[in-house]
Design a protein around this ligand. Structure first.
Ligand code: ATP
Ligand code: MG
Length: 391
């Protein structure tokens, strides 16, 4: 059996009638980028669906696994195409059923007929193909409620498409159809999931990572680069800004109350991130924070960290349970990288009893001991930039 095409369905895109052309252009471009290096196909983009014409099935498994990662695809189906002719369609169904000869199965035929000029109606076609299968395949029985598989038949102007599978895509919108945002990316489980969620709403993502070298190791940074490379599989090359936070942490430890260390460090992270985001014309910041998960993520603490920036801070995980975040991380392929045991800059100088209900006025008072502006601008100037491509 050789698939002739892969049909791609857009789902939510159809709501965006005004911007549809722009969206489809981006989606086609993103798919081409994702399939770079593979040969033997060409893409045809139509208003309601996209066709990948396959010259051969040599790379079909790789194409399928890459399509599963492109935001903006709702679902897709590898299909066999018959001519606009019932007899030819029967032959193609025979072809398809070669993988269903090994045991007893139940099936049903589900016909759609967008091509209203075709000589037979939907119910007639269901009957014609259903009888064909029942007569020729003694191991197959009809079950309309809960069949083991469905033979989908779509009669279109281009031919009759026949397939059994709807493969789930990422959903959402194509990357880069919304604006750009800067993600605060740690090596943890949460922030990569946050990036994925915003990218699937069409955002283009840059990342900023803070380390405390030599307290944190180069291997810890490598882990974050590995996370970016995995995320890039969904959203294209990611530009990562890397900043050493150690000079600021040392100033805080020297001059401020110990229990406020984490919060004060986080306020600096936000300031530095915003400053870089403004330079890069990013409109928002994204973090992987989740309400109540740790001391720095109480509502009070979030208010204290947000008060140093004007830019909106997106926290797509804020109301999720940790187990659900972990499941999502496993699904997108970042979990195994995230759990590698390398230290994060936040765990360096961790206070024994961090404040959980900080008062903004008290935190601001503590910061008076620091030259905030000079520390931020030195950190911003020292940022390194790395472009990380998909792996
Ligand atoms: P994660 O699993 O994403 O590390 P976490 O539960 O460990 O989250 P924190 O360490 O408190 O939580 O960090 C909260 C958020 O702050 C992270 O999701 C990330 O957006 C940002 N952040 C933390 N550490 C760093 C870092 N070293 N560099 C950049 N951003 C960071
Ligand atoms: Mg963390």
């Amino acid at each position: 059996m050789e698939y002739s095409h892969i049909i791609i369905r857009y789902g939510e895109l159809t709501l965006k009638s005004g911007n549809r052309n722009e969206f489809l252009k981006k989606l086609t471009k993103n798919i081409r980028y994702n399939l770079k290096g593979l040969e033997g196909f060409h893409i045809q983009t139509k208003r309601d669906r996209m066709y990948i014409h396959l010259d051969s099935n040599k790379n079909v498994e790789q194409i399928i696994s890459k399509l599963k990662k492109v935001p903006g695809i709702h679902n897709f189906s590898p299909v066999l195409r018959a001519k606009l002719d019932v007899e030819d369609a029967k032959k193609v169904i025979d072809n398809l059923l070669q993988t269903k000869l090994d045991k007893e199965y139940t099936f049903k035929i589900q016909t759609k007929r967008p091509n209203k000029n075709f000589e037979f109606h939907t119910n007639e076609l269901n009957n014609i193909f259903g009888s064909h299968v029942l007569i020729n395949y003694k191991n197959l029985k009809v079950n309309v409620k809960q069949p083991d598989f469905i033979i989908n038949v779509e009669v279109r102007s281009e031919g009759i498409f026949i397939f059994t599978d709807f493969i789930k895509g990422v959903g959402g919108f194509p990357v880069n159809t919304s604006s750009k945002a800067l993600l605060l990316l740690s090596g943890g489980i949460d922030s990569p999931v946050a990036a994925w969620m915003m990218a699937k709403r069409g955002m283009m993502i840059e990342a900023i990572h803070f380390h405390s070298y030599p307290y944190t190791s180069p291997r810890a940074q490598q882990k974050v680069e590995d996370l970016c490379a995995t995320l890039a599989g969904y959203m294209g090359t990611i530009r990562m800004h890397v900043v050493n936070l150690l000079p600021i942490q040392e100033e805080i430890v020297k001059n401020c109350p110990e229990e406020e260390t984490t919060l004060l460090v986080r306020r600096f992270m936000m300031r530095i991130a915003e400053s870089i985001a403004i330079r890069k014309k990013d409109m928002m910041l994204i973090t992987g924070e989740d309400l109540g998960q740790v001391a720095s993520q109480t509502a009070e603490a979030l208010v204290v960290t947000d008060s140093v920036v004007k830019m909106p801070v997106m926290r797509p995980l804020i109301a999720m349970d940790k187990v659900d975040i972990m499941d999502k991380a496993k699904e997108i392929g970042t979990y195994d990288i995230s759990i590698q045991p390398y230290e994060d800059c936040c765990t360096v100088f961790l206070p024994k009893h961090p404040v959980t209900k900080p008062k903004l006025s008290k935190i601001e008072k503590s910061e008076e001991a620091l030259d905030v502006e000079a520390l931020v601008s030195a950190a911003v100037d020292s940022a390194e930039v790395i472009d990380i491509t998909p792996r």
